[in-house]
Write a protein that binds this ligand. Sequence first.
Ligand SMILES: CC(=O)N[C@H]1[C@@H](OP(=O)(O)OP(=O)(O)OC[C@H]2O[C@@H](n3ccc(=O)[nH]c3=O)[C@H](O)[C@@H]2O)O[C@H](CO)[C@@H](O)[C@@H]1O
Ligand SMILES: C=C(OP(=O)(O)O)C(=O)O
Length: 427
Amino acid sequence: MDIIRVEGGHAIEGSVCVSGAKNSALKLMAATLLAPGKTTLTNVPNISDVHVMGKVLKRMGATIEVVDEHSLVIDTSSVDSWEAPYELVAKMRASTAVMGPLLGRFGRAKIAMPGGCNLGARKIDMHILGLEALGVEFDTDHGYIYADASKGLTGTSVTLEFASVGATENLIMAAVKAKGETVIDNAAREPEIVDLANMLNKMGAKITGAGTPVVTIEGVDELHPVEHRVVGDRIEAGTFLVAGAIMASEQGVEVTGFNPVHLGMVLRKMELMGIRTERTENGMKVYRADRIAPVDIQTLPFPGFPTDMQAQVMVLSALADGTSIITENIFENRFMFASELSRMGANIRVEDHHALIHGVDGFSGAQVVSPDLRGGAALVIAGLIAEGVTEVSAIHHIYRGYERFVEKLTALGACVERVTLPDSIDD
Ligand SMILES: CC(=O)N[C@H]1[C@@H](OP(=O)(O)OP(=O)(O)OC[C@H]2O[C@@H](n3ccc(=O)[nH]c3=O)[C@H](O)[C@@H]2O)O[C@H](CO)[C@@H](O)[C@@H]1O
Ligand SMILES: C=C(OP(=O)(O)O)C(=O)O
C-alpha cells in the first residue's frame, strides 16, 4: 500500500507549473471519436484518469501513440466497437463522455451504467433526456445503457434542469453531427466546456455561445482531426495557491500554466480571507496569510465557487480567526473530508449540506484517509502546516487528477514523500 507522508512546518517557495486540466483532457479524448483520423492532443496530464480514458478508446479500436509524456496522437479511424465496458466505467465515471461522440459518429452506443460514487448518486438522467430530444432511443439491460440513433439525430431545443457539465458536453458532442440546429439552454459554462467547443470548432463543428448559458450548435456532416492543446488545470492551480497561502515563505509561491480568469470566484474568496495574491507574467503569486478571516462560501456551477475547490478552501477556513460556513450545492456527499480533517484537530460541524467551521490555531499530524480526489489533496496540503507527521492513505484518489503531486510539492521545498508500506500481517 502506498501512502503520502508529510512532515509539517517546512515553508515552500518558488514556482510550480500546473498540468493540463483533467476535466478537459478526458472530454477532448472522447471527442476524437467524432473525427476519424489522427488527432494530436498536447498538454495532456499524465494522470490515471487519462490512462483509463485511453483504455476506453483502445477497447473501441482506436490506437494511441504516446509522443511524449504530455502529447498523444489518437487515431480513431478504425474504431469498430461502441461499448464502454463496466470495469472501465466503474473506475472512472467520466467514461460516459464517449456516449455523445459515439451517437454522433455511429448512431449507437452501449455504456455501462455508472452508478453512484463517493460524492453522491451522480445520475445521468439529464444526459438521457437531452439525447432523447435529439432523437436517441434508450434501453437498459443487465446494467448497460443501449442508445440507438439509427434513425438519425435531429437538432432541437433542450433546457437543462441544472447546468450539468457532463450533460452539456454529451449533448454538444452528439449535436455537432445532428441535422439542423440544436440550442442548449441553461448550459454549463465551465472553461473546460469552452475548451471542448474550441477543439470541435477547429474540427469543423459550428458551435457558438460556449461559456454562456445558451449554446447553439449547427450540425455538420463531417469533422476532421486536428491538433489541440489542453487548457491548464484551474483546480490544480487553486490547490497550489491554497498550499502557498498557508506555507509560503516570504518570497511567496508562484503558480503558472493556467488562466487566472478561470479561478475568479476562488481568488475573490481568498481575498476576502485576507490572502494576498498577485498576477505575474505567467500566472499568479500567493503570499502566506498571517491571519485568515472567516468566510462564507457556497459551491455553484461556474462562474460560482467550484465544488472541486471546496475541500482545499476548507483547510484555510479551519485555520481562520472565527467561524466560517461552507455550503455544498453540487454533490450531496462531499463533506467526507471534514471528518478526516477533524482527526488533525479541525473543528467542523456538518449539517446536511452545510459545514460550520470554527477556526483552530493549528493542525496536528495524523493518519488520515483520502475520501476522494480533492479531499485527498487537501489532506496533504493540511499536512504541510500540521505539527508533526501526517500520513495520507488511499492516495490512488489523488493520482486520478494530480500529476506528480509529491514531486511538485517537493520541488517547492515541502517535506513530502510517497512511501510504499510493507503488507500488514492481517492482509
Ligand atoms: C470529469 C469531470 O468533468 N468532472 C467534473 C464534472 O462532473 P459531472 O459532469 O459529473 O458534474 P455535473 O455538473 O453533471 O453534476 C452536477 C450535479 O448534477 C447531478 N446530475 C448531473 C447530471 C444528470 O444527468 N443528473 C444529475 O442529477 C449530479 O449528480 C451532481 O449532483 O463537473 C462537476 C461539477 O463542476 C465537477 O465537480 C467534476 O470534477
Ligand atoms: C469530482 C471530480 O472528478 P470526477 O467527476 O472525475 O469524479 C473532481 O475532479 O474533483
